[in-house]
Design a protein around this ligand. Structure first.
Ligand SMILES: [Zn+2]
Length: 328
């Protein structure tokens, strides 16, 4: 389990200061939520492909954040994680990358973010990989991990807005508050729910629907944070947290709880919608490739991964315990 340090959002990066030096880590939904989303998505798959994904769950979970890590070294990677819908004054409908380039130019699109077209591209690459005569399992798992990551990002309202970190509204830090700190504080209190993958008939339309739904929530995400800040008995917003040797300034659990309850559980709803969507897009890619037979790992290999979920949740629980040490 990767340890989450302290998150202080700066532009599209999160700086993570470690007491023995300074490290910079890129984070979106947050590493733990991205990993758990993949873990939950596997449980929602139909029996026809469940065993294949289950036998590769360790790698799928481990690679859930590869796409964020690539922002360090790959040109254009950052633009694949968001779309600033508010910059499309003329509006934008579901369309192909080429249609969009014709209408807006490639440079403009890369400036505003290319999340929906990127999802479609990775999805098509995955269908193509599933359709190969000899399955390249490593490549399939890498694409599934990336596709799941981008689908998860599409469920985050602030990934669809140019005011992605509240920097234009005096709410700097709201990005990590919404997608990392509310999750870390409240995840253990969320009610488990049954989710199931379903076949997606029109992938392009479906992706754009998710993104538009996320965008509709942007106003509430910002307004409710402002509302909580202006409450008479507003909880302390930031406090220092100790995790091992790391001292971190993060939103306090009380503030996260007040914010989450003001949004009436929006983060929880978007989390489970994202898990279901990830599961559905994996299933649809496999079905669209002609539902090929998928090989399972040899027993000795799968033994190694069998307790991955248990280890993951133990790590998460440990983090939560340390989270309780937050002081002002
Ligand atoms: Zn991302």
């Amino acid at each position: 389990m990767e340890k989450i340090g302290w998150n202080f959002k700066l532009d599209r990066l999160t700086l993570c200061f470690v007491s023995l030096g300074t490290t910079i880590i890129l984070v979106n939904w947050g590493f733990a939520p991205h990993k758990e989303l993949h873990a939950v998505a596997i449980t929602a798959l139909p029996p026809s492909i469940f065993s294949f994904f289950k036998s590769h769950q360790a790698e799928l979970i481990r690679r859930a954040t590869d796409a964020d890590k690539r922002k360090h070294g790959v040109d254009d990677e950052a633009a694949r994680h968001y779309i600033d819908l508010d910059h499309f004054n003329e509006g934008i409908e579901p369309c192909s990358w080429f249609e969009a380039c014709e209408k807006f130019t490639e440079d403009t699109l890369k400036e505003r973010g290319i999340l929906p077209w990127n999802i479609e591209l990775v999805y098509m690459n995955l269908v193509n990989e599933f359709a190969q005569d000899t399955l390249n399992t490593g490549q399939v798992i890498r694409l599934c991990a990336d596709l799941g990551h981008y689908i998860a990002d599409a469920h985050v309202p602030l990934h669809t807005s140019s005011n992605y970190n509240g920097q234009f509204s005096g709410q700097t830090g709201i990005h990590a508050l919404w997608e990392t700190h509310v999750y870390e504080t409240l995840r253990s209190s969320w009610t488990p729910r049954k989710i199931e993958a379903s076949y997606i008939k029109e992938v392009r339309k479906w992706v754009w629907t998710i993104i538009h739904e996320s965008h509709q929530d942007v106003g509430e995400v910002l307004a409710k944070e402002m509302m909580v800040r202006e409450m008479k008995d507003v909880p302390e917003d930031y406090g220092y947290r100790t995790r091992g040797r790391t001292l971190t300034l993060v939103p306090t659990p009380a503030f996260c709880e007040a914010y989450s309850s003001a949004m009436e559980g929006m983060v929880e709803r978007r989390f489970f919608s994202a898990a279901q969507a990830i599961s559905s897009i994996w299933y649809t890619a496999w079905a669209d490739a002609g539902a090929p037979e998928l090989p399972l790992k040899l027993k000795s290999q799968s033994d190694d991964t069998k307790n991955e979920l248990v280890r993951f949740f133990q790590g998460l629980h440990k983090d939560h315990q340390e989270h309780d040490e937050v002081g002002q």
